[in-house]
Design a protein. Sequence first.
Length: 557
Amino acid sequence: MDERDVWDATVAGETAAARSVDGEERPLTRRELRERRTGTGQWAEPADRPDEHALADERALADERALADEQALADEQALAEEHALADEQALADEHVEPTADAWGLAVDWSLHNELPRQLPPEPEVDDVRWDPVVVADGAPARIPVAGRWPAVEGAPAPSGWGEPVTRAQPAGDAGPADHPPDTPTGGTTEWFDEMSGERTTHEPATVPGATTDGSVQQPWSAAPAGPPVSFPLVIGTVGPASAGAGQLPTLNDLLAARPAPPEGPAELGWQSTLRRMTGGLLAPGPGRAEQRHRVAVGSVQRSLAGPKTIVVINPKGGAHKTTATLLIAATFGLHRGGYTLAWDNNETRGTLGWRSHQSRHHNTAVNLLQDLDRFTDPGSARVGDLDNYVRSQGSAQFDVLASDEDAASAASIDDFAFRALHRTLSRFYRVMVIDTGNNMRASNWQAAITAADQVVIVSTVREDTAQSAAWAVDALRATGHEDVVRRAVTVLSAPAPKRDDKLAQRLHEHFGRLTRTVLDVPYDPSLVAGSPLEYEALADTTREAWLTVTAAVAEGL
């Protein structure tokens, strides 16, 4: 059977309703069916005959649409999962512990005295109220329940278990306005003791002019009787803060009131010898000399508000400026643990480098000034890089920055160079002790005075060096540095084993009226040779004297 016969059989099997003229239904003939499908009387292929290529295209298009729908659904699911992960991560970030950087940002406002970016909201109602504390003669705390003493202005009445107990006021009894402040009068006051839970009745004290019925004959104007006056909660005892101008103690006051730590066993003198000989069975306390020593050490070790600069002056050579610079720096270094610099600020050449221990290099302030750009960046500059320019003094725990030592050099340090060096070195040292030259008119000398937090005037007990020191003081006062002189420390050094006591007395009187304090240091033979300083070779009296000088200097920083 060919394709046409199959198609004819298919068409013949269809049932199409056709109505005749008389209204009866009958099947269509093949001719009628063909004519109806084609609209003509000739044979034609039906328009809806299935085509294999068209079916294949439709199937491919349907498959593509199905794949597209599946891909879109997969993309939606992936996007939903990403959103869910992002929400979980955001929730986790809200509960993560803050890192060090986060803490730094959080407390930066308090460290730098700046407001935070977001302030906490202010409460609408303050549910914590601090009432004044009033107790007389250190008596136990009691809560006044009823009475007619004048109430504290602005203080609310106690609530809860401290409600006032109302008592009838006698007729004609005077009100609170009839009596001077803090004077109980007619009627009684009932008190409730919060410790014992008892109620007591307080009889009024007798005042001048009082009668037996409780009234008072005074020129005050009478006021109508009113309700009993309620008092604030009374707790504790009266102290200086509560009894004064209303200032309450703080944590700093509590810490300042702590007792001093107990003194340790004696380390100096016969007390120390006795303790060692008895194995600690006999341990007397430190003597007066050791107590003064400990106080001086505490002054040297005191906390400083930033780097400090100490300038040692006398416009005459041989006045022991360099010796004083080394010994003050050594005392600070030994008792503060380093970060101390002795700096020779001579405009050309000084002797501080010669009086200190040498290093593997011979660099000076001039070399540091030439390489100063290496230290301008705080992020990359390191304190260890300064070792190539300063000279460590070993166990004395301080460094020395020498002045120019090149005999052929024409370099000179001026005020600009000093300020550049001082600004950089202040980032690496806590204490800088500066030795100055002999030319007070040099710009670097005057720049050092301007940068000084403390000036030390050094002189030997000799007429010439003392006159030079007095002239320097006059010059400072004449150029507007009266405050520098007033806060200065004067050091009188003995130039020989036997000094001129009368001259020393004159110098004490003169400089004592001009400077903050005048101190004496003894002669020490180990300093006469002018060799590098050996702190351990100094006599005990010399070390103790320079400790006293350094403590006085530290007190002025």
